[in-house]
Design a protein around this ligand. Structure first.
Ligand SMILES: [Zn+2]
Length: 451
């Protein structure tokens, strides 16, 4: 639940959910997202079209933003297709089968063979995606968004791989074992097991993040800002104590602006990037904080987890059926075990392929769900600063312009691209909505606040 569409490449729970992450964002809701501009049409002026000027860039930056958005989209599409092609090649070339034979020759115990097989799989996958990751970082540095040197970048990747190797192989081995002991209903058991794991990963995320980034209490160097944020806390009743507010030293890695809420229960916290405290007026940070408060008050994290759980039930069922069909069709050619093809080590990768495919197909559903929450949080944030800043509309529009410029967001993305790959409404939609949102004008009241 971040404020911006992009974040630092934190691979925090990649390990625990090496498989899950590929479709973790699916969350599959049938709910269709209201258009960010017209969702609360009652409070906007229907005669006024979505403002095309609410978010704008100077000409030089506009050209850069358009090119960057095209390159990012191309990298994203290629990345998705490559992750599927890679798994297919691994199976069709029988490398997966050879890898299993190799691990069996090297080690005697079955569980150790499994650990070695899955560890090798993670290393090969990481190497296979490295060229695209490098390209992404090159582009980000070229456009001045990332300021992270190659040594630091490699260090982050190495840490990510380390965590993956620590948690990923045991998890896949466990799932693989479930397929073996319950060849018919395994998808249901894996789904049940993944439920506590999803909650655990949400809880553990803030504990893993410090491996990649430095944090300090926000009050340490920004006591005046914290005092103002407490005014928002008082208005929203969120009970986010100052010791749950953190400053992340993002500026050593990025020029982007961001803030996010993370964790649940005892690990719940608000994190603000130092790029934001350095470059944004306090009023705008108040809005961003209000937005993040909205995620809490409106229970977006539990709702997202519940949506994910419901979606995964369907995804596991469908993936199992599809993987079964693939195994029947290609099992002999891919040298899978004949009796129970999916429970063999290479056979398990057929399941991984089916899960990954579901992830790609369901990406727009997850993003639609997410954009809906983000829009709600935007409304909440703008209402939360009513009375605390002089002009909420102006403050919010300015915040979105700063955000868009920092990330070089395309002011006019294609609606299809926004639908498919944006986890947040486009900056243009967000700023356009904010510019016309004033529920109190004419004696009305807000959606979340009476006054
Ligand atoms: Zn958000």
């Amino acid at each position: 639940m971040s404020f911006s569409r992009r974040g630092l490449p934190v691979i925090c729970v990649a390990a625990l959910f090496a498989i899950l992450t590929s479709w973790a964002a699916c969350a599959c809701s049938a709910q269709s997202a209201p258009s960010p501009v017209t969702a609360t049409a009652a409070t906007t002026n229907p005669a006024q079209p979505a403002s095309s000027q609410a978010y704008s860039l100077p000409p030089g930056k506009l050209a850069q933003a358009i090119t960057l958005s095209r390159i990012s989209l191309a990298l994203e599409v290629i990345g998705s297709l490559w992750s599927l092609a890679f798994l297919w090649i691994l199976l069709a070339s029988r490398w997966a089968a050879h890898l299993a034979t190799w691990s069996e020759r090297l080690l005697s115990r079955r569980w150790m063979q499994g650990l070695l097989f899955f560890a090798a799989f993670f290393v090969i996958s990481t190497l296979a995606s490295l060229p695209l990751d490098v390209a992404g970082h090159l582009v980000s540095r070229h456009y001045g968004i990332s300021v992270l040197g190659w040594a630091g970048w490699l260090g982050d990747h190495a840490k990510g791989l380390g965590i993956t190797l620590l948690l990923g192989p045991p998890l896949l081995l466990f799932f693989n074992w479930i397929v073996r002991v319950s060849p018919r209903r395994y998808w249901l058991w894996i789904w049940l097991v993944s439920l506590p794991l999803i909650v655990l990963s949400a809880f553990a995320e803030p504990l893993i993040e410090p491996i990649f980034n430095q944090y300090e209490p926000l009050a340490k160097n920004h006591p005046v800002l914290v005092a103002r944020l407490e005014q928002v806390v008082a208005r929203t009743g969120t009970k986010i104590a100052p010791n749950r507010m953190f400053l992340m030293k993002a500026s050593i890695k990025s020029n982007g602006l961001n803030a996010y809420v993370t964790g649940i229960g005892a690990t719940k916290r608000f994190v603000l990037w130092d790029t934001a405290t350095d470059r944004l007026p306090d009023d705008e940070i108040l809005f961003i904080f209000g937005h993040e408060n909205g995620h809490y008050v409106l229970n977006h994290i539990p709702k997202e987890l519940a949506g994910m759980a419901a979606g995964l039930f369907f995804v596991f069922w469908a993936s199992a059926a599809f993987a079964g069909a693939l195994a029947r069709r290609f099992g002999t050619r891919w040298q899978l075990d004949e009796a129970t093809p999916l429970s063999s080590r290479p056979g398990f990768l057929v399941l991984v392929f089916a899960f990954s495919l579901a992830g790609v197909i369901l990406q727009p559903a997850g993003n639609t769900f997410s954009r809906h929450f983000e829009h709600e949080a935007d409304i909440y944030g703008q209402e939360a600063i009513h009375g605390l800043v002089t002009d909420p509309q102006k403050t919010v529009v300015s915040a979105f312009n700063h955000l868009g410029e920092a990330w070089l967001e395309d002011p006019n993305p294609s609606p299809f691209v926004e639908f498919w790959s944006y986890s947040h409404p486009s900056v243009q939609h967000r700023a356009g909505f904010a510019a016309h949102y004033d529920p109190w004008a004419g004696g009305g009241q807000g959606r979340f606040f009476e006054k």
